[in-house]
Design a protein around this ligand. Structure first.
Ligand code: 5AD
Ligand code: SF4
Length: 472
């Protein structure tokens, strides 16, 4: 049993990150374990987790498991979890409760928890106290060991827990089963060293470690040759890309090199305002295939709160960067993340946030009430603000955000925009859906020959969250 350890997870050494190209191994024996059996993986949280699930699915298929359409049909269920806020945690344990009933009717069912929650010391303690009937727990650092971990779990009656609290390496040979045939996630870096005071990510995902440009460009070129139209470069803080590689090659260089492949659309998430260089902005402005869309988390508009959050920029610096981007890339859509109710956030602090929103008029925003995360500095800060006040602030903020989202969308009415048609609409299965270059969701009627194509669409109706369009 390897249990997570918060103190270990927090450590950062100057040790060189190892790039391991043959760490994922699967023996002939393990390749047959899943024959005739089905798996179901449920994913919570961010794009990084979605991409990890693509790795987990490929590994399970290497072990001969097949994907089940519904959880009830599966012989193995894995929950790939998120630790960023308390509600993600509640959702997972709600689901665990549902699965317990399933396991009572199907005793051979294997049930596992992986992802960010598995990296949390207090969560694994809770599992050991209340959910010992679970079969397997593994973390974000040892996905590539899934065949061995699963095999050990199958061979014993007790729960198998294997979580590594390490800074982490870069494992290059994990297989992937991609969700889409047209757009792909490409990891460019793992982990985070920023340690914003509210955030659990540096503890659950380890030290910042960049993949080398060669591995990334090979992956993009391979995707192009297989007909992919879009890549999203993934990292917790992509602007810091390359800083750990000691090769004088950063995010602007990588963006340039990826844009010069034949991929039609390049996106990247997530940016931190701190590392966003002028060179990056110029590169995004220069290349037509780098999409004019930037997710730029604000978190708070109050310089005092930003300081307490450890964000390393002020309200003024954020606005300066925002305006620079809008000047150099005039059609650029900018979205953001905002936390309300950080410990002892005053009305004046909150008004500063509203002021930034009024100035920036974001295309959209994800807004959250601060959620204390065990082990982070902010969780220990005194907080005199009631939850009622925080909820009222969130509602007020959302109203303003929605107003500007609708206003930003209104500008598209009657315009012709390129949309990568990627699937069927959630609401109406007869309709197709896709995203504009600026990441606006568009529903359109058409036929399946349009799937995977970038099509010019005339926008005929706009709502707060989506638009309707027609082929011209
Ligand atoms: N409480 C509330 N929101 C959080 N986020 C990260 N940590 C917390 C927390 N403890 C938000 C930030 C981040 C987004 C992914 O989640 O806004 O940008
Ligand atoms: Fe968390 Fe800050 Fe790192 Fe983003 S940059 S993952 S908010 S610590």
């Amino acid at each position: 049993m390897n249990l997570p350890n918060l103190l270990e997870a927090k450590k950062r050494s100057s040790k060189q990150v190892l790039i391991k190209t043959n760490e994922y191994i699967i023996t002939e024996n393990l390749k047959k374990i899943g024959a005739g059996k089905k798996y179901f993986v449920k994913t919570y949280g961010c794009q990084m987790n979605e991409h990890d699930t693509e790795n987990i699915k490929a590994i399970l298929e290497d072990m001969s498991f097949m994907e089940a359409d519904i959880m009830e049909d599966a012989d193995i269920i894995l929950l790939n979890t998120c630790a960023i806020r308390e509600n993600a945690h509640n959702k997972v344990f709600g689901m665990v409760g549902r699965i317990k009933h399933l396991k009572q009717t199907k005793p051979d069912l294997i049930v596992g928890i992986c992802g960010c929650m598995a990296q949390e010391e207090h969560i694994v303690e809770e599992i050991l106290q209340k959910y010992r009937w679970l079969d397997v727990v593994f973390g974000t650092h040892n996905i590539h060991e899934l065949p061995r971990i699963l095999n050990e779990s199958l061979n014993k009656q007790k729960i198998e827990i294997d979580v590594q609290s390490i800074e982490g390496d870069v494992i290059e040979n994990i297989p992937v089963k991609r969700e889409s045939k047209y757009k792909a996630w490409v990891n460019i870096m793992y982990g985070c060293d920023k340690f914003c005071t509210y955030c659990i990510v540096p503890y659950t995902r380890g030290k910042q470690r960049s993949r080398t440009p060669e591995f990334i460009l090979n992956e993009v070129n391979e995707l192009v040759s297989r007909g992919y139209k879009e890549v999203t470069l993934l990292g917790q803080n992509v602007n810091a890309y390359g800083k750990d590689l000691n090769i004088d090659y950063g995010m602007a260089d990588l963006l340039k090199d990826v844009a010069e492949t034949k991929i039609e659309r390049v996106r990247f998430v997530t940016s931190h305002p701190w590392d966003f260089t002028d060179e990056m902005i110029d590169t995004i402005a220069k290349y037509k295939n780098i999409m004019p869309y930037i997710h730029l988390p604000l978190q708070s508009g109050s310089s005092d709160i930003l300081k307490k959050m450890g964000r390393r920029y002020t309200k003024e610096k954020y606005l300066e960067l925002f305006n620079k981007i809008k000047t150099k890339i005039p059609n650029c859509a900018i979205t953001t993340d905002i936390i309300v109710g950080f410990p002892n956030e005053t009305d004046a602090d909150f008004n500063e946030t509203l002021d930034v929103v009024n100035q920036c008029k974001f295309d959209s925003a994800f807004t959250f009430i601060f959620s204390p995360r065990v082990g982070t500095p902010a969780a220990k800060m005194e907080d005199g603000i009631s939850i009622e006040t925080k909820e009222i602030r969130l509602q007020e903020l959302n109203k303003l955000i929605n107003k500007y989202s609708k206003e930003a969308n209104d500008k598209y009415l009657g315009k012709i925009v390129p949309v990568l048609i990627e699937g069927y609409s959630e609401k109406d299965k007869d309709m197709l859906m896709g995203y504009t270059d600026t990441m606006k969701l568009v529903n359109v009627s058409g036929n399946k020959t349009m799937l995977g194509q970038i099509v010019d669409i005339k926008i005929t109706d706009v709502k707060t969250w989506s638009m309707d369009g027609e082929i011209i």
